[in-house]
Design a binder for this molecule. Structure first.
Ligand code: AG3
Length: 275
C-alpha cells in the first residue's frame, strides 16, 4: 500500500477518499488472497486494511462488532448458545459473541494471514480463539457451509466488500446453505456495505435473502472509518419473536433504543431495496 506523505487513503470513488494521518506503517503483506496492511494512525489507533479498504480501527471497531453480534442475538427466539462466524479473522466478532455469553463459536476464516496479523497487532481480539468452545477453522466459508452437518443459533457473515474472495458470500446458493445450517428460530446476519458507496451490497443481500427467509430486515449504524460513515447489515430469520428489549444490556454503541431504531431506514435506502 502506498503511503503519500504519511497519509493512508481509502478511495471511495474517482473523486472522494478518506485519509488518515499515519504515525507509522506497521506491516504490509501480500497473502494468497489479498494484501493486508496495518497502520498506526493519529485519530483511530491501529488500522487494519485489506486491499486498501479499512476493515477495522482500534477506536471504532466496537460499533461494527457490537452491531453485528448484539442485534441478531436479541432476534433469536430462544437464548442463543452457538454461533458460526464466516470471515472475522481479526477476532472482533467472536470476542463480542463470547462477551455476551455465547460459548460455542465456530469461526471460519479463509486467510490464515488475517489471523496471524491480528494476533500480532490486536491480541485483545484474537485471544478469544484460545478459549474453550471456540473453534477457529482456516478454510473457505462457502465450502464449509455447503458441507457442514452442524447447526447454529446464529450465523454471522463478517466479510470484506462483495468483490474478490467475498463475492460468493452474497450469493443465493450461499444463503440457502446458511438457512440449512440454522437451528429453528435461528438468525442469519451479514454486513451489507455502505448504502451510499456500495448500493450493490445491500441490494444483493436483501433480494437474495428475501426469497429464502420469511423476515429480512436491514439495519444501519454509524461507523466513522467506513465509506460514508453510514453502514448497513441485513438480518434474516424465519421466526420473529416480540423483542424483549427491556432486558437488553447496553454496550458502548448498542442499547435498547439502538436495537429498535437501527431498523428504521431512510427513504433512499428503502427505495434502493424496493420496500
Ligand atoms: N468487515 C467489513 C469491512 C468492510 C469495509 N469496507 C470498506 N472499507 N470499503 C470488517 C471486518 C471486521 N471484523
Amino acid at each position: 500500500m502506498r503511503l503519500i506523505e504519511n497519509w493512508f487513503s481509502e478511495r471511495y470513488s474517482e473523486n472522494l477518499q478518506l485519509s488518515f494521518r499515519v504515525k507509522d506503517q506497521l506491516l504490509s503483506v501480500r497473502t494468497d488472497f489479498q494484501r493486508i496492511d496495518v497502520f498506526d494512525t493519529y485519530d483511530y489507533g491501529k488500522l487494519l486494511t485489506i486491499d486498501g479498504t479499512v476493515q477495522m480501527s482500534e477506536y471504532d471497531e466496537f460499533v461494527y462488532h457490537e452491531m453485528i453480534t448484539m442485534v441478531p442475538y436479541y432476534y433469536v427466539d430462544h437464548k442463543p448458545r452457538s454461533a458460526l462466524v464466516i470471515g472475522g479473522g481479526d477476532g472482533g466478532t467472536a470476542t463480542r459473541l463470547s462477551q455476551i455469553g455465547i460459548q460455542e463459536i465456530t469461526n471460519v476464516e479463509i486467510d490464515t494471514q488475517v489471523v496471524e496479523v491480528s494476533k500480532q497487532f490486536f491480541p485483545h481480539l484474537t485471544s478469544v480463539f484460545d478459549r474453550k468452545g471456540v473453534n477457529l477453522l482456516i478454510q473457505d466459508g462457502i465450502k464449509y457451509l455447503a458441507e457442514t452437518k452442524q447447526k447454529f443459533d446464529l450465523i454471522i457473515i463478517d466479510s470484506t466488500d462483495p468483490e474478490g474472495p467475498a463475492e460468493g458470500l452474497f450469493s443465493k446458493s450461499f444463503y440457502e446453505n446458511a438457512k440449512k445450517a440454522l437451528n429453528p428460530g435461528g438468525v442469519f446476519v451479514t454486513q451489507s456495505g455502505s448504502p451510499y458507496y456500495q448500493p450493490k451490497a445491500i441490494k444483493m443481500a436483501y433480494s437474495g435473502l428475501s426469497g429464502i427467509f420469511s423476515h429480512v430486515k436491514p439495519y444501519t449504524a454509524f461507523i466513522p472509518t467506513y465509506p460514508s460513515g453510514f453502514w448497513s447489515f441485513t438480518l434474516a430469520t424465519d421466526s420473529v419473536r416480540p423483542l424483549e428489549s427491556n432486558i437488553c444490556k447496553p454496550g458502548k454503541y448498542f442499547n435498547r433504543d439502538v436495537l429498535n431504531g437501527s431498523f428504521y431506514l431512510p427513504q433512499f435506502v428503502k427505495e434502493l431495496i424496493g420496500i
